[in-house]
Structure formats: structure tokens, C-alpha cells
Design a protein around this ligand. Sequence first.
Ligand SMILES: [Zn+2]
Length: 185
Amino acid sequence: MAPRRAALHTQSTALFAQGLISKRDLDASERAVVDEKAKIDDVRKQMSTADTQIAEVLVEVQTEQQMAKGVRIPKGGTVRTTSFIRYNGGGAWSLAQASTVDGFFHLKFGRALPIAVFGQGAIHNRWRLDHHNAMDISLNPDGAEGQALMDYLRSKGIPFSAFRQAIPGTATGPHIHVGLPSHRY
Ligand SMILES: [Zn+2]
């Protein structure tokens, strides 16, 4: 809510009731409240998206550090740990196929694929993480939707990494990274 605007609007309503301002002024006051509320909702939404993106990047960076010991996964092979699943699909993958994956998901679950990160963003540049040909899907790999997505990717030979861990104290972190693992450069 926008308390300041809302308070002003309450005042305007009282003034209108007393015949001290016009209906037009009252309407303008009402619109201002609605506009301000929409703006705040927008910022909130952007902030939660930013939180999700940061959490997903952190989880990937941490995992890359743990994986750096040099585990090689054969083509078509899968590695599972308690915190993640990595499938080294041998099929061709490019971000241009994102709409096909979205199409599959939409057909099965009746909603858009919850893409949190698409390609390289400012945050990856800052972390020196190569994320050019990957996208992050905000689905928990342990949920039904996450499982279905991973089955689909496997059936197409599309490589992915599924992260189970959450950033302590937040609900964000678990996600499915579609594409080859991002490396730090
Ligand atoms: Zn990713």
C-alpha cells in the first residue's frame, strides 16, 4: 500500500463529501492512489525476481567450486549428489530451443515455464560466470513439475543441472539450469 497517498485520498473523500472539492479532483486523487500502488507492486516483483536470480547464481557458483576437482561425466551420463543432479546430454542445445521447452511445459501444466534467468545477465558478468547459452528454471527438482521437465530434457538429450540446495534463510535457490554447466572465466 501507499500510506501517504491513501491518507491524502481519505482526506479528499472527506473534502468531496463536504462539497469542498470537485468530483474530478476526487477521481484524480483516486487514480494517484492506484498508480502509486501499482508502482510499488512492480518494484516488489522486480525485487523478488532479483533475489531469485542472485540465489540461483550463488548456488551455481558454489557447485562449480565443488565440482572443480575435475569430475568428468561421459556423454549421456548422469551424476547425482545430495545437492544436485547433472545430466550430460549429448544432444544439440541452444537457447533458441527455449520456446520448444516452454511449449512442452505449457501443454503439460497449463502455465508458462517459470524462467528466472535467460542467457547472460549483468549478474553473471559480475560473477564472471559464462551463462550465455543457458537458462534457469525456478522449479524444485524434487517436485512433480521439476521431475517432468528433467524427464523431457533427458528424452531430448538436452544437458541440464538441477540444484536442490536453497540459500540458507530463503526459499530461493533450488532450480533447473538448462544447458551445459556455466563455468567461471
Ligand atoms: Zn544457470
